[in-house]
Design a protein around this ligand. Structure first.
Ligand code: DX5
Ligand code: ZN
Length: 222
């Protein structure tokens, strides 16, 4: 049986930052469903990327939902700035602390959808008491911090477990996978129950003329 069609959220981390506006437009024209925006602080993860200023700069260029993945600690003092800059979905790591429930409530109060990201070592139970507060669960199939890493198949069982928890909750929660997603690994994620796929390398390889084909290959992987 084939899986339902997944949402494809290209990670701008793999875009050409000298031409970011053109890249955003090209990715939308190529059929992306969302845009994934990776924020890193050099503290929670060993890399530094971009912040609300860059998010605000791309917001007027696209109608796509902006899927903002915060790899920063603490996240709470910056939630409002990211929402004001145009974030539609804001996802945090429980380890960025200190109070996940408070953070998720704050994201929703600001009018965004709230997500929780799982490091490879974060157990599914991290959200067991939070299923009413989340709109999205993001399984990381790499250690956060860099694009271009290899998919960790150990995380497929976590996707299955979270799929079961979502079904039991009766709520409509997006189950997204991030890290090393290719058409081959996408197929495994979709059969494990994922409904959204983040991909940087696999979308941006080959340049703008390849984007539509790369996105279609992921969407049809199941
Ligand atoms: C890494 C980021 C990912 C990254 C994925 O911490 O969260 O979104 O861009 O890149 P690929 O698809 O190349 O693994
Ligand atoms: Zn990400």
């Amino acid at each position: 049986m084939s899986s339902p069609t997944p949402l494809i959220s290209p990670s701008l981390l793999s875009a050409d930052f000298a031409r970011l506006g053109e890249e955003v437009r090209a990715i939308e024209a190529a059929g992306a469903d969302w845009l994934h925006f990776d924020v890193m602080d050099g503290r929670f993860v060993p890399n530094i990327t971009v912040g609300p200023l860059v998010l605000a700069a791309i917001r007027p260029l696209t109608a796509l939902p902006l899927d903002v993945h915060l790899m920063i600690e603490p996240a709470d003092p910056h939630l409002e700035a990211f929402r004001k800059a145009g974030a539609d979905w804001i996802t945090v790591h429980p380890e960025s602390g200190p109070h996940l429930n408070r953070t998720l409530k704050r994201i929703r109060e600001l009018g965004a959808k709230a997500g929780v990201a799982f490091d490879p070592s974060t157990p599914p139970e991290a959200v067991e008491w939070m299923m009413d507060e989340v709109d999205l669960l993001l399984v990381m199939s790499i250690n956060p911090g860099f694009g271009g890493q290899s998919f960790m198949t150990s995380q497929l069982r976590k996707i299955e477990r979270l799929r079961g928890m979502i079904e039991a909750s009766g709520r409509d929660i997006v189950l997204e996978v991030d890290g090393g997603v290719t058409p081959e690994t996408a197929r495994l994620c979709l059969s494990a129950g994922a409904t959204a796929l983040v991909a940087g390398t696999a979308v941006f390889r080959g340049g703008p003329s390849a984007y539509a084909g790369n996105i279609a290959a992921l969407r049809n992987a199941g």
